[in-house]
Design a protein around this ligand. Structure first.
Ligand code: MIC
Ligand code: SF4
Length: 654
């Protein structure tokens, strides 16, 4: 039987297990990437594991989320990251050089290699045939130390793209259409492999817009085969020699097939406040807009900003509105400036910013109260923009620029008729010739020891799992709770990412401001949630902080992949409950796990009995591999890996 491309790359990297969907496999990791807000913990854990050098073919540390450095704590974090990269042998990308996914794509992403990154949008280079997966920081630290990465073997789904995109429709509309059909949990446990003539018609930057936002589907990864377009892109980046031809076998068997006819796609938009709340732009046309943002790891490339720049050239953005363009990388920004596009945008009334994630997580350019913001980003979770009750829509650069000119949401096809605009198309530069001054390669490192500012704390450790888990249901939450709910990322909070003691005060504050204090007072407790608990970011802080506050178990109808792995990594027991139990259990109820927890986890027991208020009982299930059970029993992955290292085993043996 033939293999899918995902299976081929996984087979080449397999160190444990077999490729049976749903079973755990261990794979070798070729490259790792870290960014500033998760990277500090990666390196603190790398240090705590007594590892002395990055063992992967390539490790890269980016500074991209909080580049404005509002607080010395941010600047201290960046200096620490530079020192860690230098000390342990990673490349370092300075603040302002761009978003990790963009800079990695431009400089290091390589077809056929595996990449593990401490950011949920790590799958971006799937658009050029790299199998890339997002994970929690501790998993990155262990992989960087030479250990395998363990993940549930995903089902591979073929997304067959037919036809070609019409004028004014874009790659963003392809992924928005996927979200409209499949929802934010439709990709859990899956890799989407894009094939067919429509896939061939897309350029690499268009493909990476799609693979980037596969994360919003909950997918483990997304992948395109490589072809002449991949080769051409790498050549334009000056890396043509890294091209490898990679295709699925003709007789590959996929778990499922989704067909999208690109020629039927019209401009789409995700309405507040979930990326799958997708409708045609025409359905919401006329809505007044006060802010338009073009940028992010989804649509911040040269090829994304250029169409917006072409559209606003010789025009003016509406007077009641602000349009901000933050290129995804300095390479993109520098090229647009050299070609005169930055000046054109400025003349049209655009505020051109540095290359940053910034506003994507509420750092700068927070929308005005009670206003609509249109963004080319990938997430519009409530409050993520930095203001509660926000109204953030997600769309393509074409739709964003059209709204900026009109002052309201408008289908760009209708605006084109009104203003006589030509469709900007997608254009690649002959050569991506941005300078590399802001990349400090490992071999040119300027530091050889860690520099820690006063805010950089200790990695918290947890005791081994005990026999009893009982406590109050400190919070009952609905479906699709995001890691932005659990640990918000706005600038007032982000500065404590290296200091769990301080950060934990903000745990679940977006759901209930009293939570952290109540958890501290109780000393222990459990959380209850609906479906897809922990979707969104890879931030392991969303498990570390609840652990720090004494949360011992999360009872949810289902979990998002990365967050579930993070719960194991920090010794919190993730138990699956059915809908009836979820409905019946109330906040404030006392929950007791009747079984001897440590013994049951260790022995492989799947069904646990929970007793609520000493009144009624229900079953909760632990879906965990043997390895995950060992992690839980030890109180988390860090204590387990340390124990194993003391016993002489390599990190791969966990
Ligand atoms: C995000 O888009 O939510 C982030 C900020 O990039 C996160 C990482 C983080 O929380 O630091 C992600 O996607 O993993
Ligand atoms: Fe940065 Fe936003 Fe991309 Fe996360 S989603 S990496 S915050 S641009």
């Amino acid at each position: 039987m033939g293999q899918t491309l995902t299976e081929k790359i996984l087979s080449d990297h397999l160190v444990e297990g077999d490729l049976t969907p749903g079973e755990e496999i261990g794979i070798e990791i070729d490259q790792v990437l870290m960014q500033d807000t998760t990277g500090t913990m990666v390196w603190l854990q790398f240090e705590a594991l007594d590892l002395d050098e990055a063992q992967t073919e390539l490790a890269a540390q980016y500074c991209d989320h909080q580049t404005y450095q509002f607080d010395f704590k941010n600047t201290d974090d960046h200096r620490f990251l530079r020192s860690a990269a230098g000390t342990y042998g990673a490349h370092f990308s300075r603040p302002g050089n761009g978003i990790c996914h963009n800079v990695h794509k431009e400089n290091f992403a390589a077809p056929g290699k595996t990449l593990l990154g401490s950011d949920s949008h790590t799958p971006t280079p799937g658009g050029l045939g790299q199998l890339a997966i997002g994970a929690g920081g501790l998993d990155i630290a262990v992989a960087m130390g030479g250990g395998a990465y363990y993940v549930e073997m995903p089902e591979v789904v073929n997304v067959r793209l037919e036809g070609e995109l019409p004028e004014w429709s874009s790659a963003k509309d392809v992924i928005l259409e996927m979200l409209r059909r499949e929802t934010v949990k439709g990709g859990v446990g899956k890799v989407f492999e894009y094939t067919g003539p429509g896939a061939e018609s897309l350029t690499v930057p268009e493909r990476t817009t799609i693979t980037n936002m596969g994360t919003e589907l909950g997918a483990t990864s997304s992948l395109f085969e490589t072809d002449e377009k991949t080769k051409d892109y790498l050549e334009r980046q000056g890396r043509g020699d890294e091209y490898v031809e990679l295709t699925a076998d003709d007789d590959a068997e996929y778990a499922d097939e989704i067909v999208i006819d690109l020629s039927e796609l019209e401009p789409l938009i995700a309405c507040p406040s979930m990326p799958d709340n997708v409708v045609p732009v025409r359905e919401v046309a006329g809505e007044k807009v006060e802010q338009v943002l073009v940028g992010s790891c989804t649509n911040g490339g040269y090829e994304d900003v250029l169409p917006a720049a072409k559209m606003v050239k010789d025009q003016e953005v509406a007077k009641h509105l602000e349009m901000i363009v933050a290129p995804g990388s300095k390479q993109a920004g520098e090229m647009l400036a050299r070609e005169g596009w930055t000046a054109e945008m400025m003349a049209a009334g655009v505020n051109v910013s540095e290359a940053t994630c910034g506003p994507c997580i509420g750092i700068g350019h927070v929308p005005a109260s009670d206003s609509v913001s249109l963004r080319t980003f990938n997430r519009n979770f409530e409050g993520r923009s930095g203001i509660e009750d926000d109204n953030v829509y997600l769309c393509s650069p074409q739709v964003a620029a059209a709204a900026a000119l009109k002052g309201e949401i408008v289908d760009p096809r209708d605006l084109a008729d009104e203003l006589g605009l030509d469709a900007p198309g997608v254009e690649l530069p002959d050569k991506y010739d941005g300078s590399k001054t802001d990349l400090i390669y490992a071999e040119d490192a300027i530091d050889d020891e860690l520099i820690k500012g006063p805010n950089i704390g200790e990695v918290p450790l947890q005791d081994p799992l005990g026999s009893d888990i009982s406590g109050e249901t400190l919070l009952k939450m609905e479906d699709n709770i995001t890691t932005d709910h659990i640990i918000p990322a706005t600038s007032d909070i982000l500065k404590f990412r290296s200091n769990i003691e301080r950060l934990s005060d903000f745990t679940l504050s977006r759901v209930d401001e009293t939570f952290a204090q109540r958890a501290k007072d109780a000393g222990t407790g459990v959380l209850v949630a609906g479906e897809n608990y922990g979707q969104g970011s890879s931030r392991e802080h969303a498990a570390m902080c609840p652990m720090y506050l004494g949360i011992e178990a999360v009872l949810a109808q289902s979990f998002a992949r990365i967050h579930k792995a993070n719960l194991f990594n920090f010794g919190i027991v993730p138990l699956a409950i059915d809908e009836e139990t979820y409905e019946k259990i109330e906040q404030g109820d006392d929950v007791e796990i009747v079984d001897d927890v440590a013994e049951a986890v260790e022995s492989g027991q799947e069904e646990f009995t929970i007793r609520v208020n000493d009144d009624w009982e229900a079953t909760a299930n632990l879906h965990a591999s043997e390895r995950e059970r060992r992690i839980l029993t030890a109180g988390g992955k860090l204590p387990l890996t340390k124990q194993q290292a003391e016993g002489g085993a390599a990190p791969a043996d966990d």
